[in-house]
Design a protein around this ligand. Structure first.
Ligand SMILES: C[S@@+](CC[C@H](N)C(=O)[O-])C[C@H]1O[C@@H](n2cnc3c(N)ncnc32)[C@H](O)[C@@H]1O
Length: 199
């Protein structure tokens, strides 16, 4: 059985643990997802999101939504996924999708802004995102204080943003954790509160 079919079967059985166990270093894993966090990594995400008082995650550029589905299963947190390019994801050659995707045009539309701004207790996630202008745009509309970037660190793979030293000074690194020993990292940032001084 090929990896996509096998993951789809395990998904139907709600067996996310077997998905990460069996496929985290499979050569074809990127057909459905770029990173396969361990159970400990999911615990880390849950702990960070909770300690930073968020109760929901919005993931931008979620691709198939497999990571987002696994976060929901592993942590109990609701996760929404935003994707650009609805035409590709609806075509018959596209990989399967594991959550309902919210499609946005390249220029963020009103519905997407509503999703981003539904409440301020929302953590914003980018996993292996590769579009800096869009990243800046999403941050402009996002009103919450928790940003999670998952991606490669010094392993010769390009993402934009990268997990470290790639965000503006408003964002302070809260905690980070490597995904197994893959060279991929989960970096959790919080927004500096802007102090107003009277003259
Ligand atoms: C390298 S893929 C990563 C997919 C998934 N997060 C993963 O880790 O497997 C980057 C994704 O970002 C999406 N993307 C690029 N620009 C976007 C935008 N403006 N809004 C939403 N998604 C976007 C692409 O369509 C693509 O699915």
């Amino acid at each position: 059985m090929d990896i996509v079919t096998s993951i789809t079967c395990l998904y139907r059985e709600s067996n996310w643990k077997e998905i990460v166990h069996r496929y985290h270093d499979h050569p074809d894993r990127n057909k459905v997802l770029w990173v396969y966090p361990s159970e400990g990594n999911f615990e880390f995400i849950k702990a960070c999101v909770k300690e930073l008082l968020c109760d929901r995650v919005v993931s931008v550029g979620c691709g198939s939504g497999l990571l987002e589905w696994m976060i929901m299963e592993a942590t109990g947190l609701p996760v929404s996924g935003i994707e650009v390019d609805g035409a590709w994801w609806r075509c018959k050659y596209a990989p399967p999708t594991f959550i309902p995707l919210h499609f946005t045009p390249a220029e963020i539309d009103k519905d997407t802004i509503t999703l981003l701004q539904r409440n301020t207790h929302t953590a914003l996630l980018f996993c292996y995102f590769n579009n800096r202008p869009a990243f800046e745009d999403y941050l402009k509309y996002y009103k919450g204080n928790v940003l999670i970037i998952i991606g490669p660190h010094q392993k010769g793979v390009h993402t934009d943003p990268q997990p470290f030293n790639d965000v503006s000074e408003d964002w302070v690194l809260h905690k980070s954790q490597e995904i197994r020993s893959s060279g991929d990292f989960i970096a959790v940032y919080t927004k500096q509160s802007v102090e107003t001084h009277s003259i």
